[in-house]
Design a protein around this ligand. Structure first.
Ligand SMILES: CCCCCCCCCCCCCC(=O)SCCNC(=O)CCNC(=O)[C@H](O)C(C)(C)COP(=O)(O)OP(=O)(O)OC[C@H]1O[C@@H](n2cnc3c(N)ncnc32)[C@H](O)[C@@H]1OP(=O)(O)O
Length: 204
């Protein structure tokens, strides 16, 4: 793919070992029930479903719906970028530290029609200080289908206070409890309902 050096780890950057508590070979469940990317309670969200491969890589699926169109009958490019961002975010979620997307690069290789299912695979390629480097590839309608989208990203580790300071309406357990996550989805990475939950998750 065409990518800037901002999303390529510097030469010799270490790939982290999987976190000892990172699930392997199981569904991850949503990290937040109202998340536009993975939340089951979001009415028009992507409802991305993901499995941890080995604690550092994630396989995810996203089926393009009517509500995701840009041109008639085709997925909106921003929606596809969101699906990649979400799948990439699930990888850093496995590292059990709070990260946000700093930079996301996307190559659109094929038009993606409504009804198509994208099979997305993502991987961490290195971590340097607060910066995690990741890449992703989405194949159309089968695990070995044609590549439709490629992405690369730089995620930046932030303190839990980032979510407390900037998030609106997420501090008090306002009924936004997850309906999946570790408890109900076969040992996934664990969902959160608030910034406080996030703090407990990274500092149990
Ligand atoms: C409450 C429930 C929470 C649930 C959480 C679920 C999580 C999962 C969600 C999954 C959903 C998907 C996820 C989402 O959608 S996350 C939502 C979308 N992303 C954001 O909202 C992030 C907004 N941006 C920021 O908050 C700040 O700008 C950050 C935190 C990113 C950096 O500001 P900060 O002041 O902290 O740090 P710094 O500026 O010293 O930078 C540090 C280092 O990083 C490098 N750098 C920074 N930016 C870029 C860039 N664009 N390209 C290249 N490099 C960049 C920078 O050069 C420096 O490098 P170095 O000089 O050290 O070498």
């Amino acid at each position: 793919m065409n990518r800037s050096n901002l999303t390529v780890p510097p030469e010799g950057a270490p790939v982290p070992a999987p976190h000892p508590d990172a699930p392997v070979g199981v569904p991850l469940g949503p990290h937040y029930a109202r998340c536009f990317g993975c939340g089951p309670d979001h009415p028009t969200g992507l409802h991305l479903e993901a499995v941890s491969e080995d604690g550092l890589g994630v396989s995810a699926t996203f089926t393009v719906g009517d509500v995701h169109q840009g041109a008639p009958g085709l997925a909106h490019g921003g929606v596809l970028a969101t699906a990649m961002d979400e799948a990439l975010g699930m990888v850093v979620w496995l590292l059990r530290k709070p990260y946000v997307t700093g930079r996301l690069e996307t190559d659109y290789v094929l038009p993606v029609p409504v009804g198509a299912t994208l099979y997305i695979r993502t991987r961490c390629t290195g971590v340097v200080g607060r910066k995690a480097y990741l890449e992703a590839e989405a194949r159309m309608d089968a695990v070995d289908g044609p590549v439709a989208v490629r992405a690369a990203a730089l995620f930046v580790e932030v303190p839990v206070a980032h979510f407390e300071r900037h998030g609106a309406g997420t501090s008090g357990g306002d009924g936004a409890a997850t309906s999946g996550g570790a408890g109900t989805s076969g040992g996934g990475a664990g969902g959160v309902a608030s910034a406080a939950d996030l703090g407990r998750r990274v500092n149990p």
